[in-house]
Design a protein around this ligand. Sequence first.
Ligand SMILES: [Zn+2]
Length: 70
Amino acid sequence: MAYYVSEDLLDTSGLKIHNEDCKYVKNRGDTETMRWHGPYDQKEAERVAKIFSGQYRKGWRKAKCCMTKS
Ligand SMILES: [Zn+2]
């Protein structure tokens, strides 16, 4: 399983980690409001999310849209 980190450039909700099955990942594209990073393995995705969250002083979490299945 590959993981992607989304960086929301407008919202302050922080960094989110998505898995490769996510519909947003499948349709991802950098826009003015969203930047994508990846693919990473899980550890690397969390590491990247932590780095960005430190830069932005925001949190990071697994994206809700990816949590419906285990
Ligand atoms: Zn997702």
